[in-house]
Design a protein around this ligand. Structure first.
Ligand code: NAD
Length: 436
């Protein structure tokens, strides 16, 4: 099939590349000329494991091309995906200006019948409104379908090929059939294709993300209670997780959720509820628990040092909002860094992929270290904020030699607590030990 993807970010680039790899003829479009030039030069603007090899393979076979020229690119596309960003707007709701702009541009340039597929996360009603706006511009027949994306950064390719499900919202069976053709090669008995109304598909995405965010805020609050009462969250997790109604997934305490999706999607749902005069109390609490959770790690550090870290050297391991990505949007590490800087600490940071994104924000206010161990030189403490694999079993002897004080703050509970303690370090995790 001839497929166009508008918006070549995390979602658009992964989707376009994987669809090309399935044998489709895919053209990825972006208004960011720098990004397109980079891609045309064979360079990948994001970090996503396995992606560079696939992009190169499919550009070489000419299944995958990149352009900033939308009118030409969509001219003979049968399916046009919209995968532009929908960041949080001033009101708290999703900013849809990108979706409207792309819809307008597609309508102005449509030459023949096409299925427009909204892959971006958008509030309920966007499908209907986009159809209405486009129909005002063009007489060419088109359909607008909704196909929310559930991929996880860091495992995006695996998620494309082995999705838990594919959700498609459409008003006509012919549109469902078109999208079934797109996804057929990756569907299976345990990978269902779920067709529904666009409104339900739009809602599904928010409900999924809001439930995941709720699980995180729930376990974080329980972890903090454990700290208050001298219980150990790891034991409590084991105690609940074996109950098959509960399970272990997304019930790991930490420094709070971040990223480009959960925070904005939770707030977008709250805004959607407001717009129809309905309460959304649970999500308001989930959001505020998460904001407070980002303060837990800075507070642990400050308390450990008697309320002041002025002049102390604090190392931060991990800047991305989660491992296997370079994405620092709403990362809890940024809150920690900000609070440490304001408290007068000298902050040395390290991350396998996200260093440059943080340098773009903080410039020379931080020390940037490619090697995590060099961040520890003369450090008074180290805080782990992203549970990258390479941080999970560090060389404690080397750490010990490098650091001024042997204390570790583990914002992801990713270290073996017993090993840390037996290596002569002081240790504080989230809900693991009662802080002294
Ligand atoms: P992104 O910011 O990485 O990429 C968006 C791209 O769209 C950018 O390259 C931008 O230049 C481009 N763009 C914006 N306006 C454009 C226009 N008018 N014409 C052409 N290109 C334009 O965003 P993302 O992380 O890929 O997210 C895209 C959507 O998918 C969002 O709605 C997000 O909520 C949703 N989503 C993201 C993820 C994720 O893990 N990143 C997962 C599921 C869903």
């Amino acid at each position: 099939m001839k497929i166009a993807i508008v918006g070549t970010g995390y979602v658009g680039l992964v989707t376009g590349t994987c669809l090309a790899d399935l044998g489709n003829e895919v053209i990825c479009i972006d208004k960011d000329r720098g990004k397109i030039a980079l891609l045309n030069a064979g360079r990948i603007p994001i970090y996503e494991p396995g992606l560079p090899e696939m992009v190169i393979k499919n550009t070489c076979s000419r299944n995958l091309t990149f352009t900033d020229d939308l009118p030409t690119a969509i001219a003979d596309a049968e399916v046009i995906f919209i995968a532009v960003g929908t960041p949080q707007g001033k009101s708290g709701g999703a900013d849809l200006s990108g979706v409207w702009a792309v819809g307008r541009q597609i309508a102005e340039n449509l030459k023949g019948p096409a299925t427009i597929v909204i892959k971006s996360t958008v509030p309920v009603g966007t499908n209907a409104e986009l159809s209405r706006q486009m129909a005002e511009i063009t007489d060419v027949p088109f359909d607008v379908a909704s196909n929310p994306e559930f991929l996880k950064e860091g495992a995006a390719i695996e998620d494309f090929y082995k999705p838990d499900r594919v959700v498609v919202g459409a008003r006509r069976p012919e549109v469902v059939a078109t999208l079934l053709r797109v996804y057929k090669p990756i569907l299976g008995a345990d990978r269902p294709f779920l067709a529904m109304l666009p409104e339900s598909a739009e809602m599904t995405k928010y409900v999924a993300n809001c439930l995941l965010a709720t699980k995180i805020s729930f376990i974080n609050e329980m972890a903090n209670l454990c700290t208050g009462y001298g219980a150990h969250i790891d034991d409590v997790r084991r105690g609940i997780g074996y109950d098959r109604r509960i399970g272990f997934q997304f019930l790991a305490p930490g420094a709070g959720y971040g990223g480009s999706c959960f925070p904005k999607d939770v707030r977008a749902l709250i805004h959607m509820a407001k717009m129809v005069g309905l309460p959304c109390q649970m999500m308001e609490v989930v959001d505020s628990v998460n904001e407070s959770q980002k303060d837990v790690l800075p507070r642990l550090i400050l308390n450990h040092f008697g309320g002041s870290v002025r002049g102390l050297r604090i190392a931060v391991w991990g800047l991305a909002f989660k491992p296997e990505t370079d994405d620092v949007r709403e990362s809890p590490a940024l809150v920690l860094i900000e609070e440490l800087l304001q408290a007068g600490a000298l902050v040395r940071v390290s991350d396998p992929q996200a260093l440059e994104h943080v340098r773009a924000i903080y410039g020379d206010r931080l020390d940037y270290c490619e090697d995590p161990y060099s961040a520890l030189e003369m450090a008074d403490a180290v805080a782990i904020v992203t549970d990258w694999k390479q941080y999970q079993s560090p060389d404690f002897a080397v750490m010990s030699d490098l650091m001024n004080h042997r204390v570790i703050f583990d914002g992801r509970n990713c270290l073996d607590e017993a090993k840390v303690l037996s290596s002569g370090f002081q240790y504080q995790g989230i809900g693991r030990l009662t802080p002294g």
